[in-house]
Structures are given as C-alpha cells and as structure tokens.
Design a protein around this ligand. Structure first.
Ligand code: NI
Length: 177
C-alpha cells in the first residue's frame, strides 16, 4: 500500500492547470496504482492527479465496476441537466447539491496508449466532470451560486481555523470524488 496524502482546499496545487501527459511509461503506471490505493483508502470513487500533488492530466475512478484510469481526458459532448449532492476528497466532509449536464461523451487514452471513447450517464458522468475540473484547477465550490459559495467558504474557513479535521467535525458526509 503506497498511499498519498490527499491535498485539501487551500493547497495551491489544487488551483493550477495540470499538464498534458506525453509519455505513458512505467512511472505513470505506478502513479496510477498509488492513486487507486489512495482513492480506495479514503474512501472515494474518483481521484485526480493534482489531488495528490501531481500536475498531470490523469484521473482514476471506480463506480463499482472495477478500477479505471484515463490519460489526457476531454469531454467532447454533454447533454441534459442533473441535480446531485456532490462532495470532494479535497473538501472533506462537506457536500452541496449541484446541477451539471446529465450525460457526457469523454475521450482520452488508456495506460497502453489506446484511445478511450465512451458515453457516461448520471454518477459516472458527474464524476468525469468533477475530475476534469480538478485538472483545470477548479474545485466544486466554484460550481455553486455566489451566495452558497460565500457560505461554503465561511464554513470551510471556520473548520480550518478551529484546527478541526473537517471530516470528523461534520460527522462524515459524502466523500465522493
Ligand atoms: Ni474532488
């Protein structure tokens, strides 16, 4: 088990744009293995490389159908609207209802360099949009309306000022991607 520490809100690495991956090599495969260990240990259903401090366009996930990874992912089409209570391992213990497209078509590469292209719906589609946001330095609180975001930032600040482990302070909550 080679888990990473998951970076939490306030860490500047979460606000940067991750870089395209040019080499799919053994080091990248080991990174994916370690990210999956970290995700399962958290536990979460998705994890993007910047969340473990690595500025690469890569994320891993498992929505109950086994471990997956995608390199240089892009959403090429999205459709519909879906409300879902969304959380983030980098904003531990908190969640908000957020509307995003219901279906997405995502493309990228697998760890053998082969093209991946598939349609996702609901939870999986939500996960892809959330993880792609991480690769662009965007956290879920930026998907909230102004008023909700202000309240969210205040709550986060209070939890951090209190020196509390936010997960414990709020008694759990969702630990989605
Ligand atoms: Ni997240």
């Amino acid at each position: 088990m080679a888990g990473y520490d998951i970076r939490v809100i306030g860490d500047p690495v979460l606000r940067q744009t991750a870089k395209e991956i040019t080499d799919i090599d053994g080091a990248l495969v080991r990174l994916v293995d370690d990210m999956l260990d970290t995700m399962y240990e958290a536990p979460g259903i998705g994890l993007a490389a910047p969340q473990v401090g690595v500025q690469k366009r890569l994320f891993v996930w498992d929505v109950g159908t086994g471990p997956e990874a995608i390199v240089n992912p892009e959403i090429v089409e999205s459709d519909g609207e879906w409300l879902f209570e969304e959380g983030c391992l980098s904003v531990p213990g908190l969640s908000w209802e957020i509307v995003r497209p219901k279906t997405v078509h995502i493309v990228g590469r697998d760890l053998d360099g082969n093209e991946m292209s598939f349609e996702a719906d609901e939870i999986e589609a939500r996960l892809f949009q959330h993880e792609l946001d991480h690769l662009d330095g965007t956290l879920l609180i930026e998907r909230l309306d102004d008023e909700t975001r202000k309240a969210a930032l205040k709550t986060i600040r209070e939890l951090q000022l209190g020196g509390a482990d936010t997960r414990r302070a709020t008694g759990g909550g969702l630990t989605l991607p």
